[in-house]
Design a protein. Structure first.
Length: 263
């Protein structure tokens, strides 16, 4: 999941920088960047649902966890997630190829999804797919949370920890949903504050694209005991070194005085 978010964030940063510097891109190159960004964006909720199912199996079916959650099956699941995302995105590209003239792909336009995939059918299909897509993920997370909550009533520490993990997945899913409502939010802000459209887009970019993918690895890292231990050690060592440096710096009032003999 972190690797997927790294790819998504890198492409999002490239697109954002290009929108401020180049303004327009070749449509063919823009399609490659947009398709990659959409792929990784759609992967994130499915990753969260898969992680919730893994916790459900570990708590509710612990005897079969080692048999079901193997490394080979994990790779198969990752491949299936990418295939499902491709099934949702590739039809948009095929519709674009069928409805636009060839010269369109050699032209240059602002590299924005609504400008490239502007066919009304694509927009309607995207909205329907998003609703079905997010509903499925939400039902998966709610179902696994309720099942684990019932097991957690037996005061099992692992079950309580798994329940907290499912809640964390739900919070992450809420942050990921900001990505899907981003275009609607940008249009709404542009209509309400047309004089601040550039500032609004930059703020929307930080909140929707950067923050969820910055918070996610930090939270998971702090939940890992080994990572947290080394992080605390590093922070304490850094603070101790800074304190030693500050103590070694002499204040200006304690500078050595020049003797009269040297005058």
């Amino acid at each position: 999941m972190v690797f997927n978010d790294m790819i998504q964030l890198m492409i999002a940063v490239i697109l954002h920088i290009l929108s401020y510097t180049v303004f327009t891109l070749n449509v063919s190159f823009c399609c490659v960047l947009l398709m990659s960004a959409i792929f990784t964006t759609l992967n994130t909720p499915l990753n969260l649902a898969s992680m919730a199912i893994e916790r459900y199996i570990a708590i509710c079916n612990p005897l079969r966890h080692a048999q079901i959650c193997t490394i080979r099956k994990t790779y198969t699941l990752i491949g299936l997630i990418w295939v499902l995302s491709a099934i949702q995105v590739l039809p948009d590209l095929f519709i674009l190829l069928a409805t636009k003239p060839l010269i369109f792909f050699y032209s240059s336009i602002p590299c924005i999804r609504d400008y490239v995939f502007d066919n009304p059918y694509i927009v309607d299909k995207r909205n329907v797919v998003y609703i079905i897509y997010l509903t499925f993920v939400w039902l998966t997370i709610v179902y696994t949370y309720l099942k684990i909550m019932f097991v957690a009533k037996a005061t099992n520490s692992d079950a309580h920890k798994a329940r907290s993990t499912i809640i964390l997945h739900g919070i992450q899913l809420l942050m990921c949903m900001l990505t899907f409502i981003g275009p609607f939010l940008d249009r709404l802000l542009a209509e309400m504050f047309p004089q601040f459209i550039v500032d609004m887009r930059f703020s929307s970019y930080l909140v929707i694209q950067i923050m969820p993918r910055f918070i996610s690895p930090v939270v998971y890292g702090l939940r890992d005991q080994m990572f947290c231990k080394y992080l605390k050690r590093y922070l304490l060592c850094t603070m101790f070194k800074m304190r030693r440096k500050l103590q070694n710096i002499q204040p200006s009032g304690n500078l050595p005085k020049v003797s009269n003999k040297s005058m």
